[in-house]
Design a protein around this ligand. Structure first.
Ligand SMILES: [Zn+2]
Length: 444
């Protein structure tokens, strides 16, 4: 390791002090079944730095940012790494240095000291070929996007909107399902998407983008690419169900299943026999290849599915207030359009177009509005808890100390928010509050 590499980097700082004794810590990994970081690889790309952590098993992780000074914090549950491993990472234009420490006796925390504010993104890659479990952390340099607007003024911290990609199912030569009165699914999905766009854009800190705005045919991959191009934080694909039995009715929500993804991947791998060799290569290299990108899309999904289920549950809860729910839980299947790495995605089967009564509802503008509002509430509840760092929603929160006699609805109306939002943001299991308790108040 060169001196230059070490120069910028701080030595490993261990809160517990245990990491220095490599023999002891190696033993404790084995006993506790901890995930071990085996290697850290760094690659520089246009506008971002990618760090790949090679792990011996899958880990739960979370990231958040801290400002003044700018930092990104990466927490890995029940994980460890050997002393001095952070030295392997070279300082660069984004990262000043990396520190690590033990949290709660068994969790690993990595703190990246940064030169400037950045937007982090992370996802997990499942083992494939010679490569094992990997955690990928991308540090995006926001400067790169706004080169033209550089002025002498001190740049103000700019908080971005949460981006929601709305995908109207089918279109053009693909009409989707057709109802008994001739209603086409592609028409309903587009009308719904436009109503949802309005609902989303009316919420501060949120912005909607549509994969299609008119009656045109789009391949599933093009839908995913659109979501990525707009840096979407979530994708909602809107459909209407159909079934031979006209009595089938109700809404259902789907997230991707890992099994569906892997069998789809197997199919693709069979078609493209060379892909497996190339898969063993570096992640960043592989991402440059369009065909491999699709395969990696499959692999990197595992970390996103949990979030998709979370979004799905919130939306389903709200849909249940305006429509009968066909399946009470979020269903999982291998929908290709949901294969969006790093973007929680759900597919909503709004209702059964094959059910005459629901077909009528689906055509009704008033009903469409009701459904769109319900989806909007679900999306809002999700982002009140999970707004990505660097977004307006993630910062638009104040603390409130509960006074004697307060209750959730009083506090909600005081801050012009809803009881649901308060409960979601504070992860409250019930409506009971105790005086002195501190609540996070989402700004709506
Ligand atoms: Zn459909």
């Amino acid at each position: 390791m060169s001196k230059g590499r070490r120069k910028f980097l701080k030595q490993l700082v261990s809160v517990s002090g245990a990491a220095g004794l490599s023999g002891t810590s190696a033993l404790s990994h084995a006993v506790a079944g901890k995930a071990q970081i085996q290697d850290i690889r760094l690659s520089k790309n246009e506008g971002y730095v990618r760090l790949v952590f090679d792990l011996d098993k899958s880990v739960q992780h979370s990231i958040f940012t801290l400002h003044k000074p700018e930092r990104v914090v990466l927490d890995l549950k029940n994980a460890s790494m050997s002393h001095g491993m952070v030295d392997m990472v070279q300082a660069n234009s984004l990262i000043k240095g990396i520190r690590s420490g033990i949290q709660n006796g068994h969790d690993l925390r990595l703190v990246f000291d940064l030169h400037d504010q950045i937007t982090p993104r992370s996802f997990l890659l499942a083992p494939s070929g010679k490569a094992g479990h990997r955690l990928v952390l991308d540090l995006h340099d926001p400067e790169k996007k706004s080169v033209k607007t550089i002025s002498n003024k001190v740049p103000k911290k700019k908080l971005r909107d949460v981006i929601i990609a709305i995908d109207a199912g089918h279109g053009g030569r693909d009409p989707g399902a057709t109802g008994r009165s001739g209603t086409k699914e592609k028409t309903i999905t587009l009308q719904m998407a436009k109503k949802l766009e309005k609902v989303i854009n009316a919420q501060r800190g949120m912005k909607a983008v549509l994969t299609r705005k008119d009656d045109r045919y789009l391949k599933l991959r093009q839908r995913i690419e659109k979501a990525h191009k707009h840096n979407a934080d979530m994708m909602i694909s809107i459909h209407a169900d159909s079934f031979p039995d006209p009595r089938a009715r109700g809404s259902s929500i789907y997230a991707l299943s890992v099994n569906g993804a892997s069998s789809e991947m197997a199919r693709m791998l069979a078609e493209k026999e060379n892909a497996s060799d190339q898969l063993h290569g570096d992640v960043s290299v592989a991402f440059d290849d369009k065909m491999l990108k699709e395969v990696l899309v499959d692999l990197s999904l595992t970390g996103t599915i949990q979030s998709s289920l979370d979004v799905g549950n919130e939306v389903l809860k709200q849909i249940g207030t305006v429509n009968r729910v066909h399946k009470k839980k979020v269903q999982q299947a291998g929908f290709a359009v949901l294969k969006t790495p790093n973007i929680p995605s759900v597919l909503l089967e709004t209702a059964f177009i094959s059910n005459p009564r629901e077909e009528k509802n689906l055509r009704s503008s008033a009903h469409q509005k009701k459904v769109a509002k319900a989806i909007g509430r679900g999306v809002n509840s999700y982002f009140q808890r999970k707004a990505p760092p660097g977004t307006w929603l993630s910062e638009a929160i104040t603390d409130y100390k509960v006074k004697p006699g307060d209750n959730l609805s009083v506090i909600a109306s005081k801050f012009n928010t809803s009881v649901d939002s308060l409960r979601a943001r504070n992860a409250l299991q019930s409506n009971n509050l105790s005086a002195g308790q501190v609540l996070k108040i989402p700004v709506s």
